[in-house]
Write a new protein. Structure first.
Length: 186
């Protein structure tokens, strides 16, 4: 049994899932799946993998979302690296996703602030923290900005002084100031 992922891993995966979901759900382009959703890549013997984030196009969901494992690969599989992941193991995962029919696999390195896109046509591109990653061929016109995926709210709060937090400059949320009405006894 695999041990659970770390906090940073989970936060990065959640951010990526949110950005994709915010783009695809209003247009009903498909469904975004969270970590631990199983996808059947082979039968007899069964091979099931679970990416950290997955996207399946709407046209593949005509029968609805199955209760069990999804039959086949996602169109987009996202693997977020953990500190102890070995490069060869990640390469095997990417090859399995692509061989099973995934059109695009993103490998996200939270420590290195990079995302590597592997396409089914064999093209591989690496993107840094300040670049946007195209979703084509799975999501034409969609781009994932990498910077917000790696900049976690509490990273800046941990570095902020208490005075900055009070002023609301160092954290996403800070203690609200009393309203003028409340201080006037209204």
């Amino acid at each position: 049994m695999m041990s659970p992922a770390g906090s940073r891993h989970g936060a990065v995966a959640a951010r990526i899932a949110k950005v994709i979901a915010d783009a695809v759900e209003p247009a009903k382009l498909g469904v975004v799946f969270a970590a631990e959703t199983g996808f059947v890549l082979e039968r007899n013997p069964d091979s099931v993998r679970a990416p950290d984030v997955a996207f399946v196009r709407a046209e593949r969901l005509t029968g609805g979302i199955p209760a069990g494992f999804f039959p086949g690969p996602p169109d987009l599989a996202v693997e977020v690296l953990s500190p102890n992941d070995q490069q060869r193991d990640v390469a095997v995962k990417v090859a399995q996703w692509l061989a099973a029919g995934a059109a695009l696999v993103w490998v996200v390195d939270p420590a290195g602030h990079t995302l590597t896109a592997h396409r089914v046509d064999g093209e591989t591109m690496a993107y840094r923290n300040d670049e946007s990653v195209p979703g084509a061929p799975v999501l034409p016109g969609f781009t994932l900005p990498t910077r917000p995926c790696f900049r976690l709210n509490h990273d800046s709060a941990a570095r902020a002084s208490p005075r900055q937090v009070e002023r609301g400059r160092g954290a996403a949320l800070s203690k609200p100031s009393p309203s003028p009405r409340a201080s006037q006894g209204a």
